[in-house]
Design a protein. Structure first.
Length: 169
């Protein structure tokens, strides 16, 4: 059985990312199913940060994003590329930070309590495989520090896992 991640939540966000990054790296195992790897990454992030109300992956098939492994309340299952924060991030292939979701045109409210959000595209050689989405019940919860480390986590995933093999049926 894998040990739970060890994290000191009294530290700054950057220090927490520095604590969990090597642990997430050692959690990722390319011999195991992609879905298991993605699931544990969402659990590690949710465990590490009290500010996260929801964290999960949406995975691309054709021009739609499908709900993948996540931690939190039930969520919207299908998001069109181009729609909402997730779909815009997928379309632009860029991380999007939303300080106030009610001010983001087209924001999709899966949980009415959500106040801020960050979405990171899962990219390998500029090819899109999905997005990593994090929500918070507070405004302005995510910033450039989150962007920097969450992008690193997405790079670890796309480098270690053969996402080409992942098939959504
Ligand atoms: N708010 C997202 C939808 C996904 S939920 O937050 C889990 C969006 O606007 O794309």
């Amino acid at each position: 059985m894998t040990e739970n991640i060890s994290v000191d939540k009294n530290k700054s966000d950057e220090e927490i990312y520095l604590q969990i990054l090597p642990q997430i790296k050692s959690l990722i195992n390319s011999d195991e199913p992609i879905i298991s790897n993605l699931s544990n990454v969402t659990a590690a992030l949710k465990e590490a940060f009290n500010k996260i109300s929801w964290v999960g992956f949406y995975l691309l098939k054709d021009d739609e994003l499908y709900l993948g492994p996540f931690q939190g309340k039930i969520a919207c299952t299908i998001i069109k590329v181009g729609s909402g924060v997730c779909g815009k991030s997928a379309l632009k292939k860029e991380t999007i930070i939303v300080e106030k979701v009610d001010e983001f045109p087209g924001h999709i409210a899966c949980d009415a309590g959500s106040k801020s959000e960050i979405v990171i595209p899962l990219l390998k050689n500029k090819k899109l495989f999905g997005v990593l989405d994090l929500d918070s019940y507070n405004y302005s919860s995510f910033n450039q520090i989150d962007k920097k480390y969450l992008e690193k986590i997405c790079v670890l995933l796309t480098e270690e896992l053969d996402l080409e093999k992942f098939i959504l049926t």
